[in-house]
Design a protein around this ligand. Sequence first.
Ligand SMILES: [Cu+2]
Length: 369
Amino acid sequence: MLGNLKTAMLGLSLLLFAAIAYGDAVSSLWDQGKAALDAQLLKSTTCTKDKLLVRREWGDLSAADRKAYIKAVLCVTSRPSTLDQTKYPGAKTRYDDFVAVHINQTMTIHGTGNFLSWHRYYTWAYEQVLRNECGYNGTQPYWDWGRWAANPETSPIFDGTDTSMSGNGEKITHQSFMAPAGNGGGCITSGPFKNMTVNLGPISPAISPAPPTNPQRDGFGYNPRCLRRDISNYLSSRYTRTEDIVNLIKNSKDIASFQNTMQAAGVAMGVHASGHFTIAGDPAGDFFVSPGDPAFYLHHAMIDRTWTIWQAQDLQKRLQVISGGRSMMGAGGVAALTDEVNLYSLADKKWKISELVSITDGPFCYTYA
Ligand SMILES: [Cu+2]
């Protein structure tokens, strides 16, 4: 009798769990591609199902999981830099090392053939450092833009609580360059990262008043300042709704249209720029220095998830494909799958783009919930 009751209650709680688990039209596209991803995993020589790390949406993490992630990020910001201090005097912490490597390669990793694979490897390398250098057992969470598009400021990612990635900046009179000024613009004042110091840059600040100028022209000088944000729903409610993500995935028939639509920064803004400029401020709105805001990695994990879902809709035709040049300005010619991706001190190995296209091959062994 008691056993039956227990079974019934377990069944009920499973039902309840199923009912509250978040799902939308984008996760339906994931489900449609899942069999192909599972088959790809079976073919992998390096990754197996029992080793897979599962990345989850911030809103689906428990408070304890969020705190563990935050603790690991704070740990990376407190460990010393491993970079050459004569060349990178502004890189004080291990966290800054990531920012410096992104600054260094900015012109050859955006609007290029390696954009997606480079940022996949970079986000993975960050996740590895959290785990290997800061004792983190979890995975890199992602920011599902569509889920919070109506009001990112009140999302669990940016609500300013101690389980968030900190909140908006203090409201100041300012101009943001990519959207009308929102309710912030100043230093963030709440949440776990309110005392975080941004050390590198700026290089292309997208907010006025601008942050103080870096003592070195290359942006690698020491320029300690607060983290500023101007979170608003202006871009998210127009360009990163669930329907926008679905349209991006469904309407992009080849890799060129997928990544061009994703990276568009013109009249219609793609999800990539919209995500960055939904956070805005300094350094999130700075094309070169944007990884200096710790929310960067949640954004780029979602870029990566979106790419994976697009791939999975026709996996075998969409894995070994790239499009674009080797630099933003066209120098260097057309990118090739055999081009190497080098993260220098952030990861110990160089990989070819062709080895970075599957989330269960090359260095990778993860999936998305
Ligand atoms: Cu980037």
